[in-house]
Design a protein around this ligand. Structure first.
Ligand code: AMP
Ligand code: ZN
Length: 887
């Protein structure tokens, strides 16, 4: 206590004068303030020596001590001060440690919270502007020390301004007591004229008023730019109290306000259009993205009051009420509405409106974030449509789409009120847009949603006739069966409707009871079969037949005959060898043979059509397709192996009945697979079960897990693709993704003379490879109308027989007859074949031929079709003309 100030060098190298006094009480502080003035003057550079010192002196606090509590005092010899030429200073660290129990800053930085932001406030900077040092300036100086503030001292208006512009002090104290040195108000004004001063609190130190003097108004000071008046009082604690009150009040508020600049910077750079309005919908802020989106300059919108919605349209008013009810309750609303740009274009926006609580705990702002509903490109087109297309009623329609600001002169729009209002064209149903709003609010947008949104937007800008046509389009798009042709017109041929109905429905009209009984050989084990022969050891008649295996005209029925209805194992071994399947799977021929045997054994030889000959036929077609350059060029070896395996197993354990039948009969399989892709699911699952059941026939046992998974996935995908309910989906996807891009590529490359066999992007897009594989197995599965006439007729006979048998059983069991035309007494097989070709085959093979180049198949198809047409024209219902039958 009462010790002379000591000098020390701070960590930053600044030389300070330290007051070592333990001024922990007002009394002590007061004593110090009076006592030190004289003491300190010894350290001061005298006024007459002012030329030799800078006009601005710095006081900087040190970082807080590492461990507050035990007092640390560094002392230096007073002489050091003189050597360093320092005037006077003191360590705030010292002050902190000395007065840690008092309301004095403990650390040089402070944590401040504003909303969700956490900030760190640096020590407050104070600028003292006093022409001459005296007790009062000392009082503030030491108060700064105590509070841990950084302090600068300036004597002249010029140096004060210069220092302020350099440091942007939070608090400035200006000596307003003596008019003779400088004009305090003029200094204040000059500082207030600078931008950084908007966040600075300026204090005027005024002389004490004596008892006989009148209290004067602070207004002149306020007008000059001062924020506060401080009545002269050189007590350090008085100065300290003043400073820390300012810090905790205005300085802290200003600090928070400045932090909000970062938020505005973020808003300014945000890609979404942002608008902030008052609770009365007066625009308070829009960001540059908003200006771009709406075509207005912010100056045109700021402060505009928004009009009330014309209540003419009931639906629109409903939506407005809904939105207002929502946001007025403090809840967020999001949805879609139409806004009008300055140019007059109407744009569809997805909007999210969030109410913000402010003064008085009330909603004081609405923050709207807006995005264009479709891509920029679409909006550009939309704008173009608007510019180019001027149709009748345009004005009235557009008028009803948006709501304008009261200030019509400037044509600024009421974006806020648009937010709260639906804005449909009168000709369109508003309800739809309300539900569209719900779709828009979904986070994950499905492609179909995007398509519907684009159409919706286009409707908004279309003449009534187009909008109505698009309504119809939307109706269609909203159905789930996008790829299924719709039947049911009166003039539809019953053969077609029965076939389509029979093949393309899962039979959700399932009746109870009447379990379908599977044929006896289901799940037959390979061990019941005779000892297998090797591929090199096949009987000569079979080997001879198989020599022709690569030809499309290969006769599978002859193979069926010579192999005693086991064509699959013989053809399979030959084909799989040709494609190096054993090498790929790293399995022996014996394993493969065992596998073929178990798979073939699980085809029902009692089925007239869906037996192992059909499987062998599909395998044959698949192998044939895989030999085509385009197919080969676009698939990998794994795809080839997967396709051959899929073809082999694709109808295993087929009961000779359709999915609809199984569902109607309430079969175990239909129950197991929930009436959905019942047979295809069963074929796939069973194939893998049979394969894994016994190591001897497990062709996958030697491939690694990853290969197996990829292969398995490909096989499952292909077998499931044979399900006819998805027929049109697969064909359409193939046409859109493969045929169409290929056609345009060919047009381009023809001019450049390219002969590339790769379909465009196939190699880059595995999904395109998947489409090719699906199409390939589908075509192989129903290739029988493209086989040579005799084979085609045989297949038609077999499938018809299987259908007849099903109808017979349905009648016997009292089940719904799925395909009534397939009644053996009445059916016209030619008609059914014509329908089948017309409906399922022609388009699909056109597309497949365009890709794989299959002229032979197309020729057969034409011949076969003609055959059926001829028979039909001759009113012949059987496979051949009676004369031929006799042959
Ligand atoms: P899958 O059951 O995998 O052979 O699928 C092919 C579908 O096409 C089956 O429902 C067959 O009944 C049907 N199908 C194949 N060829 C013909 C044909 N020539 N006439 C009528 N339907 C056929
Ligand atoms: Zn099949």
């Amino acid at each position: 206590m009462g010790c002379a100030p000591s000098i020390h060098v701070s960590q930053s190298g600044v030389i300070y004068c330290r007051d070592s006094d333990e001024s922990t009480s007002p009394h002590q502080t007061a004593a110090l303030s009076q006592g030190t003035a004289a003491t300190l003057h010894g350290l001061f550079v005298k006024t007459d020596a002012a030329d030799s010192i800078p006009s601005v002196l710095a006081y900087q606090s040190r970082q807080p001590p590492p461990c507050p509590g035990p007092r640390r005092q560094e002392r230096r010899e007073p002489a050091a001060a003189g050597r360093a030429g320092a005037r006077r200073c003191c360590s705030s660290a010292e002050a902190e440690t000395q007065t840690s129990h008092a309301s004095v800053k403990q650390a040089s930085t402070t944590e401040v919270q504003i909303g969700p932001m956490r900030l760190t406030q640096d020590p407050v900077q104070v600028l003292l502007i006093f022409a001459k040092e005296d007790n009062q300036s000392d009082g503030f100086w030491w108060a700064c020390d105590r509070a841990g503030y950084r302090c600068n001292f300036a004597r002249t208006p010029e140096s004060a301004l210069e220092c302020f512009l350099d440091k942007h002090h939070e608090i400035i104290v200006i000596d307003h007591r003596h008019a003779r040195y400088f004009d305090a108000e003029a200094i204040c004004r000059s500082i207030r004229a600078t931008k950084p001063s908007e966040h600075t609190v300026i204090l005027a130190v005024v002389p004490c008023i004596s008892a006989d003097q009148e209290e004067t108004s602070v207004l002149p000071l306020l007008h000059a730019g001062f924020d506060r008046r401080f009545m002269e009082n050189s007590s350090i604690i008085a100065c300290y109290n003043e400073l820390i009150q300012i810090e905790h009040g205005e300085v802290r508020s200003q600090f928070k306000l400045r932090a909000s600049n970062s938020v505005f910077t973020a808003l300014d750079h945000c890609h979404e259009a942002i608008e902030i309005t008052s609770e009365d919908h007066v625009i308070q802020y829009v960001n540059p993205a908003f200006e771009r989106m709406m075509g207005y300059h912010k100056g045109e919108l700021m402060g505009k009051e928004l009009t009330e919605l014309p209540k003419s349209d009931k639906n629109r008013a409903d939506l407005l009420d809904t939105i207002n009810m929502c946001i007025k309750k403090g809840k967020e609303w999001q949805g879609v509405y139409y806004a009008r740009r300055k140019s007059g274009d109407s744009i569809q926006q997805h909007v999210r409106i969030t109410p913000v609580i402010g003064q008085g705990g009330k909603i004081r702002h609405f923050v709207s974030i807006k995005k264009l509903c479709c891509t920029n490109e679409n909006n550009k087109q939309l704008y173009k449509i608007h510019r180019d297309e001027k149709y009748a009623g345009d004005n009235s329609q557009a008028e009803s789409h948006s709501f304008r600001c009261k200030n019509r002169r400037k044509e600024s729009i009421d974006v806020k009120s648009i937010t709260s209002r639906s804005s449909d064209a009168p000709s369109l149903q508003n309800r739809r847009y309300s539900s569209m709003a719900r779709i828009h609010s979904m986070t994950i947008e499905a492609p179909i949603t995007k398509v519907i949104n684009i159409i919706n937007t286009a409707q908004e800008n279309s003449p009534v006739t187009v909008a109505e046509a698009l309504d119809r389009v939307l109706e269609i798009l909203r159905t789930t069966e996008l790829y299924s042709p719709q039947l049911g017109t009166k003039d539809e041929d019953p053969h077609t409707s029965d076939l389509v109905g029979g093949l393309m429905t899962d039979g959700l009209r399932r009746l109870s009871g009447n379990e379908y009984v599977f044929s006896k050989n289901m799940n037959q084990s390979y061990s019941h079969l005779s000892v297998p022969i090797t591929v090199n050891d096949v009987p000569p008649c079979i080997a001879q037949l198989l020599d022709n295996e690569e030809s499309w005209d290969f006769n599978i029925f002859e193979l069926e005959a010579v192999t005693n209805k086991r064509p699959l194992v013989y053809l399979g071994l030959k084909v799989f060898a040709r494609f190096g399947v054993c090498e790929f799977l790293n399995c022996s021929e014996a394993t493969l043979r065992a596998w073929f045997q178990v798979i073939e054994a699980n085809y029902h030889s009692t089925n007239s059509y869906h037996n192992s000959t059909h499987a062998a036929d599909v395998l044959h077609a698949t192998a044939f397709f895989l030999g085509k350059e385009r197919v080969k060029g676009n698939l990998d070896h794994l795809d080839e192996v997967a396709a051959l395996i899929a073809a082999t197993v694709h109808d295993v354990d087929h009961p000779g009945r359709t999915n609809s039948f199984l569902c109607n009969a309430g079969s175990e399989l239909a129950v197991l697979y929930n009436d959905t892709a019942v047979l295809e699911s069963h074929h796939t699952a069973l194939a893998f079960q049979l394969t894994a059941k016994d190591n001897k026939c497990n062709i996958f046992k030697n491939i690694d897990r990853n290969h197996y998974r990829t292969l398995r996935q490909a096989i499952i995908d292909m077998v499931l693709a044979t399900e006819m309910t998805k027929h049109f989906e697969h064909v359409n996807k193939f046409v859109n993704s493969i045929n169409k891009p290929m056609a345009s590529e060919e047009t381009n490359s023809n001019s450049e003379g390219s002969d590339c066999e790769c379909a465009p992007n196939v190699k880059n897009f595995p999904e395109n490879q998947t489409l090719i594989k699906r199409m390939m197995i589908k075509c192989a599965d129903v290739a029988n109308p493209c086989r040579p006439l005799e084979l085609c007729i045989e297949w038609a006979g077999r499938i018809s027989e299987e259908y007849f048998a099903q109808t017979d059983e349905e009648k016997r069991q009292g089940l719904p007859v799925v395909m009534p035309v397939f009644d053996r007494k009445t059916c016209s097989i030619p008609k059914s074949q014509i329908s089948f070709i017309d409906y399922f085959i022609t388009d699909m093979f056109d597309a497949w031929d365009a890709f794989a180049h299959l002229p032979v198949l197309m020729e057969h198809l034409a011949v076969n079709y003609k055959h059926w047409k001829t028979l039909d024209e001759l009113k012949c219902k059987s496979l051949r003309l009676p004369a031929e039958n006799n042959n």
